[in-house]
Design a protein around this ligand. Structure first.
Ligand code: O2Y
Ligand code: MN
Length: 598
């Protein structure tokens, strides 16, 4: 079906792509429920999707074993020079990458339907939102985009005949010969997968993968890599941050945006249920924040997405009850296990594991088997509106005013439970030096310290050193209205390997301290690494925690911090002369303070 509103640039682009990719048919997505239902029915019919008896309107997909996660090593930033992409990105010259992508794309949609998905990142019509159009040959991607974005006819209407959009071209890279039977998860082999970004012309071109961030191009590709480059040019911020609202017993609202590397409980924090009486949190977003300075001079944030693409394993009623409530219906599950009664299951869900299940590879599974039943990166795609603690204002076009930025990482030692930055520049230093220890979920060695500035390493669409400069520029523009900046570490362990802090809902005690710092009501002690809560500054009422745990969690360990400095220096060294002088000053400042007797 061709939708009523036309757009010249879009019509031309679709024609051009169709000529290159050679699909059998073209479908313009209207974003309706009927469209979603029809595509799902087709995928059930073909065997690609399994309907779940225990969860209304919910389906399970199993991916190809080669296509289970974002592939950073196959993600490319094509800027005119390598320096513009910087040392943290894979660079290919734009002409060369265009040639490669064109070659791969020739005839790549044979035997398939080309779907045109007009989508809005952010509430339609919001001054912070942007329109993209994804072309894809994957009906699975179309259905995920139905959940993750606002899409279809209403976006075409907002685009109008002359509006501009960000083109996002996607193919699973598996053309079908005449009469060839399709696979349930078509994709290309790893060496042919390309997730390509052309920030200068705002173009995304992804080939060979049908999974997550590689294929749902509105998410990491547009809302972070391309948007970060646009945000720098246009003077706003595209960040890998959750957004949450915290309301005090007196009714004062605080809006928090927080960045964490993977496996640090970001989704849990976004939907946290406070344990401290009278405090309430409401979720606005759990992965990405777009922020612009509003007419009042404050930073206003929107969640550009409309759904959650969350990691399933480890999600439980203990770790994240609100996520569990959000996935009861209308969900797409990918690479979870299937139980005999028609439900899904994953490792870390509470209760006894099922006596028998079908694992993510479609094999019989029973407890005790060495391999997990669900893939460690198994996912749920669910509408954000289904979250019981979704904020009433989550779709406000003007966004919410950000009071607090939080950075964090997983550190078993050295880094205290919470630190407040001295000022904006020091806060940028805390974000730029953010580091986390790897976990089993991350491929590679466990417990290795990785610096992941602002949790943006895989997502910054230009040189990270210039991104640090952009943070300083934003601070200058915001002046006295800039959010306050904090750093947290929920993951301290005792020498015996026991957690020192209970985490989850108890993290609300730390958030309360931050809010009270803003009001000038909570105390702190000044240390060389920032302000830490002093004795009695954190509200620990009703928390049964040994005093020595608190002491350890809030300790400033001078010698351990001295040992951090060379690592920070080494890390910053990769940016050479491009590293902003203000960041070098922060680094020198820390080293000097650590030598002084304060
Ligand atoms: O593996 C993927 O394709 C998804 S990665 C992802 C998904 C949702 C939110 N965040 C992430 C991430 O890697 O930061
Ligand atoms: Mn993320």
């Amino acid at each position: 079906m061709k939708i009523f509103v036309t757009n010249e640039k879009l019509d031309n682009w679709v024609r051009e792509v169709a000529a290159l990719c050679g699909p059998d048919a073209i479908h313009w997505c209207d974003g309706s429920k009927q469209e979603y239902d029809r595509l799902m029915a087709q995928m059930v019919e073909s065997g690609a999707a399994t309907p779940l008896r225990r969860r209304p309107n919910s389906f399970l997909f199993r991916s190809d074993p080669s296509d289970v996660a974002r592939t950073e090593e196959r993600t490319f930033i094509a800027t005119p020079s390598k320096e513009e992409a910087g040392p943290t990105n894979n660079w290919i010259a734009p002409d060369e990458l265009k040639r490669t992508m064109t070659g791969l794309s020739r005839g790549c949609m044979a035997g398939r339907t080309l779907y045109v998905i007009p989508f809005s990142m952010g509430p339609i019509g919001s001054p912070i939102a942007k329109i993209g159009v994804q072309i894809t040959d994957s009906p699975y991607v179309v259905c995920n985009m139905h959940i993750m974005t606002r899409m279809g006819t209403r976006v075409m209407e907002a685009l109008g005949p002359h509006g501009d959009f960000i083109p996002c071209l996607h193919s699973v890279g598996a053309p079908l010969a005449k009469g060839q039977k399709d696979l349930s998860w078509p994709c290309a082999p790893m060496e042919k997968k390309y997730v390509s970004h052309f920030p200068q012309e705002n173009l995304i071109w992804s080939y060979g993968s049908g999974y997550g961030g590689n294929a749902l191009l509105g998410k990491k590709c547009l809302a972070l890599r391309i948007a970060s480059a646009m945000a720098r040019r246009e003077g706003w911020m595209a960040e890998h941050m959750l957004i949450t609202r915290l309301t005090s017993p007196a009714g004062r609202r605080y809006h928090i945006a927080a960045a964490f590397p993977s496996a640090c409980g970001k989704t849990n924090l976004a939907m946290l249920l406070p344990t401290i009486p009278g405090w309430k949190t409401e979720c606005i977003g759990e992965d990405i924040a777009w922020m612009k300075i509003g007419p009042d001079g404050r930073l206003r944030a929107i969640n550009p997405e409309s759904g959650f693409f969350g990691v399933a394993p480890g999600t439980s009623h203990k770790s994240n009850p609100m996520a569990m409530e959000s996935v009861k219906q209308n969900v797409i599950f990918t690479n979870c296990a299937l139980t005999d009664d028609g439900d899904i299951w994953w490792e870390g869900m509470e209760g006894a594991p099922p006596a028998h299940a079908i694992d993510w590879l479609g094999r019989d599974w029973s407890p005790g088997r060495k391999e997990p039943a669900a893939h460690p990166n198994a996912r749920f795609t669910t509408p954000a509106a289904q979250c019981p603690v979704i904020c009433g204002d989550w779709e406000k076009p003007e966004g919410v005013p950000i009071d607090i930025f939080i950075f964090g990482g997983r550190r078993s030692s050295v880094v205290p439970l919470v630190t407040e930055a001295f000022d904006w520049d020091h806060g940028v230093f805390l974000g730029a030096t953010a580091a986390s220890e790897t976990t089993a979920a991350v491929i590679g060695k466990v417990g290795v310290l990785r610096r992941d500035p602002f949790a943006m390493t895989p997502f910054c669409g230009y040189n990270m050193a210039d991104y640090f400069s952009h943070w300083f520029d934003m601070g200058d523009k915001l002046g006295g209205k800039a959010p306050r900046i904090f750093y947290v570490n929920w993951f301290r362990k005792s020498p015996e390997g026991k957690w020192l802090w209970p985490g989850f809902g108890e993290n609300s005690r730390v958030l309360k301290w931050m809010c009270e710092r803003l009001e000038g009501r909570a105390g702190a002690k000044k240390t060389p690494i920032g302000y830490l809560p002093g004795e009695g500054d954190l509200d620990l009422t009703g928390l049964d925690l040994p005093a020595e745990n608190i002491c350890e969690l809030l300790k400033f360990d001078r010698e351990a911090w001295k040992a951090e400095v060379p690592d920070i220096e080494r890390f910053f060294g990769q940016f050479g002369d491009r590293l902003p002088e203000r960041l070098k000053r922060q680094q020198r400042g820390l080293a000097e303070r650590l030598e002084k007797d304060v």
